[in-house]
Design a binder for this molecule. Structure first.
Ligand code: SAH
Ligand code: SF4
Ligand code: F3S
Length: 466
């Protein structure tokens, strides 16, 4: 534990003292990926320790925190859409407004905030998240507006309090940052370079989660298979690679399922494939971001693999692990993408038969090489391609769903269905949602379910009674 954290824990105590007996409420809105969600859980942990309780109702909030994302334009629009509402609440009840996350690492956004939305109280970045208690203290006591953003890579901070969103599935961040600089992507600019956590800290966190009754762990990083391959990795541990980490997490009693996102195809070494094969708890669905099926576009994207290399990797994994399936991310309309290039993407989708495809329309990000490319694709073309890809993917998913009907699946029961209180809901190893009738005692258990019908985004089943 570094010295900083002691200081932060002190600030938590100080704010807690002044807030005592005041029944204060906070609301946190997360706009980004699972890493952002995990950061929000840490922010919530700090805030709750300072005497605030969580609310979903902005009208009764004394503190509102936005954890922002800037990966695509629509993520940024979400923040600007909300700020008007927040201004009104602040005027009404003096709510403290704090804005953090990836978007705040962009200089042009911070400038825009100051000019057009100057009513914020605190802005903080991805490298200063742990200093939130100090920022809040300073805001309350000195009543100044705070900008706490660092351009240099923040240290890995251990030992922050955390309030998790779920009590069955938990995310564990294993590394921060990214070194890949895919030419469309803003993440390396706002999250800094790769920094791996000490494997022993990760394993202790997972052991602790197992003790609390958590069943599923998702290991998070922008490029998990470069874990311990860059930056300062001089740790006193037997774990020397991502494959070693998978094997160690697999040994932890109580944990039933292990997932990880995202690996990069260029770094998918055999030791990782072997670990997936050998570890019974590692789910046999791998998220393998494709981005484009065209070698030419992949080169322009700086992805460092070709269409053939991607397909060969999939083939190799299928050979080594016969029941393995894949999900992926695809961007359509990257600068210079021709109709022929796009056809290559469709071709890979047809060949791999993904379980799930997260599809994105290319969004220009200020400061990235992609934004400076001259051969941008017209919006209309991007949308036409997106629709074509979507049709292919949905056809495949429904075809795939048919294969589940009549099979028996191991389902980790996550809770009562949000849309029908008589139904339980859970997920298969391959991450498909399954709804079925059953008693609430089953929540948190892995149950054998016979699939009886398929409905595009979920499957229906019944408890398998042998
Ligand atoms: N590190 C992960 C995820 C990064 S962000 C990875 O490499 O897979 C999640 C997804 O957003 C990316 O996989 C990509 O498909 C998409 N994405 C990133 N930048 C984008 C942009 N400028 N426009 C559209 N989609 C983008
Ligand atoms: Fe972005 Fe590429 Fe890094 Fe993923 S690997 S975060 S897509 S730069
Ligand atoms: Fe995640 Fe968005 Fe930041 S995708 S890393 S929250 S830019």
């Amino acid at each position: 534990m570094s010295l900083n954290i002691e200081e932060e824990l002190n600030y938590i105590e100080k704010v807690k003292k002044i807030n005592q007996g005041k029944n204060l409420k906070y609301l946190i809105l997360t706009m980004g990926c699972q890493l952002n969600e995990n950061d929000s859980e840490k922010i919530s942990g700090m805030i709750e320790n300072m005497g605030y309780t969580k609310t979903e109702d902005i009208e009764e909030s004394d503190l509102v925190v936005f954890n922002t994302c800037c990966v695509r334009e629509n993520a940024e629009d979400r923040l600007f859409g909300k700020l008007g509402e927040v201004k009104r609440i602040k005027e009404k009840r003096g709510t403290i407004i704090a804005i953090g996350g990836c978007m705040m690492q962009e200089k042009h956004i911070v400038e825009k905030m100051k000019q057009s939305y100057p009513f914020f109280d605190i802005i903080f970045g991805t490298h200063t998240l742990h200093k939130f208690p100090k920022d809040l203290y300073t805001k309350i006591f000195e009543n100044k507006r705070i900008e706490d953003i660092l351009d240099i890579d923040g240290e890995i901070i251990e030992g922050l309090p955390i309030t998790r969103n779920d009590n069955i599935k938990a995310s564990v961040t294993i590394m921060n940052g990214c070194n890949n600089f895919c030419t469309y992507c803003i993440v390396p600019y706002v999250r800094g370079r790769e920094r791996s956590r000490n494997p022993e800290d990760i394993l202790n966190e997972v052991r602790d989660l197992a003790k609390q009754g958590y069943k599923e762990i998702t290991l998070l990083g922008q490029n998990v298979n470069s874990y311990l391959r860059s930056g300062n990795v001089d740790f006193d541990s037997n774990v020397k690679s991502f494959a070693d980490l998978l094997r160690e997490v697999n040994k932890i009693d109580g944990i039933e399922r292990i997932r990880f996102i995202s690996p990069h195809p260029k770094d998918f070494t055999d030791d990782v494939i072997e670990a997936i094969r050998d570890c019974d708890k590692v789910c046999k669905i791998i998220h393998l971001p494709l981005q484009s099926g065209s070698s030419q576009v992949l080169k322009a994207m700086n992805r460092k693999y070709t269409k053939e290399q991607y397909l060969n990797l999939v083939e190799k994994m299928k050979k080594m692990i016969p029941d393995i399936v894949f999900s992926t991310d695809i961007i359509v309309g990257f600068p210079g993408e021709t109709q022929e290039n796009f056809e290559d993407t469709l071709d890979v989708v047809r060949k791999v038969h993904f379980e799930q495809v997260y599809m994105f329309i290319y969004s220009r990000r200020v400061g990235t090489p992609g934004d400076r490319m001259e051969n941008q694709i017209p919006e209309k073309v991007k949308h036409t391609r997106f629709d074509e890809l979507k049709e292919l993917v949905e056809g495949q998913i429904s075809e795939n769903n048919q294969k589940y009907v009549g099979t028996i699946q191991k389902v980790l029961v996550e809770g009562v269905s949000k849309t029908n209180s008589e139904l339980l809901t859970g997920r298969t190893d391959s991450n498909k949602v399954v709804n079925f009738y059953g008693s609430e005692e089953l929540i948190g258990n892995v149950v054998e379910i016979k699939i009886i019908s398929e409905h595009m985004w979920y499957l229906k089943g019944e408890i398998n009674r042998r």
